[in-house]
Structures are given as structure tokens and as C-alpha cells.
Write a protein that binds this ligand. Structure first.
Ligand code: 5GP
Ligand code: MG
Length: 180
């Protein structure tokens, strides 16, 4: 099944589950090396990162915890405009080594805001583990926070492996790129 229909658009197969899992294992081994004895807390970003987080965690073998959170942007009263609110974070991240598990970094604005929001809670360290990154689209410098990236991809819209178009397509085990 190389071409699929999701809602009103067609997508063609661009990365197989096998290729994805090879890179997921690679980043997991980097994390295992870097977080030995650090008792990290993984924060999976809903909804897009659910499948990636599940596969990643199966390869992480240091003692750790995982929690899933959702960020909602809302118009704050501050003049700075959009601020973010974390939904579902029950445990304190103060003094913890936190790894954000994200589906995709595109312009980087979402991750910049997410990092700024979580920094306020004073984690011991804060890094990002992203399934995908579109380097040609990055508009902000995330510095060394963007430490783990499974796959760099071109600037095309993709679905599958947790990522959606119009709410659909998250259930595909492979990644598909928009056609045309
Ligand atoms: P950023 O703030 O980095 O521009 O956007 C990141 C968010 O945009 C991701 O968390 C994701 O929700 C969405 N996004 C960016 N590129 C894609 C894509 O190719 N496919 C899908 N499904 N979502 C994307
Ligand atoms: Mg997202």
C-alpha cells in the first residue's frame, strides 16, 4: 500500500516502520548512555508523540519514569501574547532530568515555547528527543536542547506513526508524505 488517502489528500510511503525503528533504537541507545544513574523523567507530548514514545521506551533500559502531557496555547493577559499551559503534569519536575518526547520540530516555535514553560519549574536538565526534524524549516535556535533527533526530513507534510492530517492517519505504522 504505497499511496494512501487521508481525509481529502493523497500521501505516498516515505519511511517504513523498519527504517523508523532503526533510528528509534539509535536515539534510545544515546539516551541510555547519557542518562545512566540520572533517573530521567520522559514527558511524551500528546497527541502526536504517542507511538514514538511507546517504541522509544521499549528500548530505554535505564530506570526512568514516563508521563504524557498536552500543551495548550492560550492568549495570556501578558503583552507577550501566546503563553502555554501544561495539561496533565502531576509530578513536580523540579530538580529532575527531563526529556521531552516530541513528534516533530518544524519551525521550532512550539518547542521553544514548551522549553520556556518547563524551564520555569526548574528541572535539573531539559532536553528534547524528537522523532522528526525539518532542518530547512527551523526558524529558532533551540541550542543544545534539541539533543536527540531520530530522523531529519525534507520540508514536506507527512502523516502516520502518530502524526495526523485533519485528525486522521495517526494509526499508520509507516510515515507517508503528501503527494503533489
Ligand atoms: P513548529 O512549531 O515546530 O513549527 O510545529 C510543530 C508542530 O507542527 C508539530 O508538533 C506538529 O503538530 C505540526 N507539524 C509540523 N510539521 C508537520 C507535518 O509534516 N505533519 C504533521 N502531521 N504535523 C506537522
Ligand atoms: Mg505537536
Amino acid at each position: 500500500m504505497n499511496v494512501i488517502q487521508v481525509s481529502d489528500k493523497k500521501f505516498s510511503l516515505s519511511m517504513s516502520e523498519k527504517e523508523i525503528l532503526t533510528q528509534v533504537k539509535r536515539v534510545a541507545s544515546e539516551i541510555n548512555r547519557d542518562y545512566e544513574g540520572k533517573d530521567p523523567l520522559f514527558l511524551g507530548m500528546l497527541n502526536g508523540a504517542f507511538m514514538f514514545a511507546a517504541d522509544l521506551m521499549k528500548e530505554v533500559n535505564v530506570p526512568c519514569r514516563i508521563s504524557f502531557v498536552k500543551f495548550s496555547s492560550y492568549q495570556g493577559t501578558e503583552t507577550t501574547g501566546n503563553v502555554q499551559e501544561v495539561i496533565g503534569l502531576k509530578e513536580s519536575i523540579k530538580g529532575r532530568h527531563v526529556i521531552i518526547v516530541e513528534d516533530i520540530v518544524d519551525t521550532g516555535f512550539t518547542m521553544q515555547k514548551t522549553l520556556a514553560t518547563l524551564e520555569k519549574s526548574e528541572p535539573a536538565s531539559l532536553k528534547v528527543c524528537a522523532l522528526l526534524c525539518k532542518p530547512s524549516k527551523l526558524q529558532v535556535d533551540l541550542g543544545d536542547a534539541l539533543k536527540y533527533v531520530a530522523l531529519n526530513i525534507p520540508d514536506d507534510f507527512i502523516v502516520g506513526y502518530g502524526l495526523d492530517y485533519d485528525g486522521y492517519g495517526r494509526n499508520f505504522r509507516d510515515i507517508y508524505t503528501i503527494v503533489g
